[in-house]
Design a protein around this ligand. Structure first.
Ligand SMILES: [Zn+2]
Length: 201
């Protein structure tokens, strides 16, 4: 039975609008027509307080700056980053804080192509590494599954990244602490600048 209370409908409407706004921002970025300068005037205007409408959980990769990719201004999105967007406790509690205390109604889990952390995990699984570091351990399952599911010549890392994003979205969506928050997965293309949603399976 879907939750159709008034507050849940408002939450869903807010989250849907937030997602549409993010994708529109990405469209402006790709078109080379950004709306925001993110300059000192914008910083001053946002300084008194924050009410970000969305959170982005993504990789530390220097080629994936979320405020630019989604053409957002100061104060609009809260960004949590770890290598390979590995959702450790600090990352998850940061997202929970963004939702509960700052009012973000949307979490976008954003993976990207040619991710170094995901590549490292795929290599470690291929080599049967016996003592991988923490990050690779956290990426072992999607890397291993991607190796099983891809054919010769297919992009294993891209598939692993998508599996990892889907798993993170499913995990975050199950959390009571993020009840009422819309969690979606997406992938960033380094070459075109485009963000595309990753559908749940
Ligand atoms: Zn990465």
């Amino acid at each position: 039975m879907p939750d159709l209370t008034a507050s849940s409908l408002v939450e869903r409407h807010q989250a849907g609008a937030a997602l549409a706004g993010m994708l529109e921002g990405n469209g402006r970025f790709v078109a080379g027509e950004p709306r925001y300068q993110r300059d000192i005037a914008a910083a001053r205007e946002a300084a008194p307080g924050q009410r970000p409408f969305a959170a982005v959980f993504t990789c530390i990769d220097s080629r994936v700056p979320p405020e630019t990719v989604f053409d957002c201004d100061f104060g609009q999105i809260l960004v949590v980053r770890t290598a390979g967007h590995v959702p450790d406790r600090a990352a998850i509690e940061s997202l929970e804080f963004g939702a509960a205390e700052l009012g973000a109604s949307l979490v976008v889990v954003l993976g990207h192509e040619r991710c170094g952390a995901v590549n490292a995990a795929v290599s470690a699984v291929k080599q049967g590494a016996t003592d991988p570091g923490y990050l690779v351990q956290q990426l072992w399952q999607p890397a291993s599954q991607a190796l099983d599911e891809t054919e010769e010549g297919e992009d294993v890392a891209s598939h692993a990244m998508r599996l990892h994003v889907r798993r993170t979205v499913a995990d975050l969506s199950r959390r009571e602490s993020l009840g009422g928050v819309l969690v979606v997965g997406a992938a960033y293309d380094l070459d075109t600048g485009e963000v595309t949603l990753i559908e749940e399976r």
